[in-house]
Structure formats: structure tokens, C-alpha cells
Design a protein around this ligand. Sequence first.
Ligand SMILES: Cc1cc2nc3c(=O)[nH]c(=O)nc-3n(C[C@H](O)[C@H](O)[C@H](O)COP(=O)(O)O)c2cc1C
Length: 183
Amino acid sequence: MRLPVELAHAYRLLNHGPTTLISAAHGGVQNVMAAAWVMPLDFEPPKVLAVIDKQSFTRSLIDASGEFALSLPSRELAAATVNAGSSSGRDGDKFASSGLQPFKAQEIAAPLIDGCLAWLECRVIAEPANQQRYDLFIAEVVAAWADSSVFADGHWLMAPDTRHTIHYVAGGRFFETGAAFDV
Ligand SMILES: Cc1cc2nc3c(=O)[nH]c(=O)nc-3n(C[C@H](O)[C@H](O)[C@H](O)COP(=O)(O)O)c2cc1C
């Protein structure tokens, strides 16, 4: 049976791409927030799309610096991810409150987040109309990293005994990716 889905819930059908942590820095200040609305856009040069709310403090750092980093947490960092997604760096140091640990990126000033599965360093390709109207950012990936226990030879291992990406549904619920299979 095919069930109709309320339009207000339509996004949830696509919402389970890997949850990310978006971090940014400017003028000696750095911050991190959770973001589920992130996806690849192009292969060469690699680009991503991210929806980054103009109310967020992270957005103000990205607007000022033109850079952000994506870090992909696993279940171990799920609670810290929700913390980073439900409080604002305007109100205090979220690295202290969430326990998320920043470390230095290679190509950009925005920090990467320790203990994650993968990291993408991104430079914004300015599209002011999209950024303003839809909070939609296009960015080029200028460096990318992955933990070798979960990603090797260009592929996620998704093995039962490795850590997995987490995917946000809604209402504080995530699920983990399952086992890989080949066709
Ligand atoms: C799991 C999860 C996913 C989220 N995804 C997004 C997103 O894709 N885009 C966005 O703008 N906000 C998203 N948020 C909300 C921001 O993380 C939230 O507004 C955060 O408090 C902003 O922090 P800041 O003001 O310190 O930048 C998400 C929150 C959670 C918990």
C-alpha cells in the first residue's frame, strides 16, 4: 500500500543522509552546529550543497570567512551532535558544553571535529541570491579525510564491527547505516 505523506513531512523521506557537524571560524572565534541537510553536488571539482540557517551563529562565521568544514559523527557523538544542534554558540562555547573537540584543518581556518568518521574542508562558491533566499550554500571541497577503519579504497566499509554514519529522522531519533551489499 502506498501511503500519502503530509507535505510538511516530505523532507523526512530524504532526511537520512549522513548527519554532519558544520564548523566555522572567523576573527579568532570558532563554532559548530549539527546539519542534516547536506549533500554532494558535483564530482570535479567536488562540490557540496548545505542548508545553513541565517539565524545560526555558524552562518555568521561562514558569511564572514567564506569557509566551513563538515565532520561526520558516529553514534558515539550523537548526543554531542544534538547538543550542537539545539543550542547556539552565541550563548556560550559549544565546544565546552558539547564535549566536541576541534582540531586544525589543512586548507581552511574552520576546525575539524575530533573522533568523527570523515571530514570535508569546504570553500563557499558565492551565490548570494541562493544564500539569502534559501539559506542554500554551494561550496567546493578543497580537502577531504576519512578514518581508515571505516573508509578504504574510496569506499565506506560499513562492516558490522566498524563505526557507522548516523542519520537523523526527527524528534531526537537517528539510525545508523546498516551492512553493505553488492549488486
Ligand atoms: C540533527 C540536527 C540536524 C540539523 N540540521 C540542520 C541543517 O541542515 N541546517 C540548519 O541550518 N540547521 C540544522 N540544525 C539546527 C542547527 O544545528 C541549530 O540551529 C544550531 O543551534 C545552530 O547553532 P549555532 O547558532 O551555534 O550556529 C540541525 C539540528 C539537529 C539537532
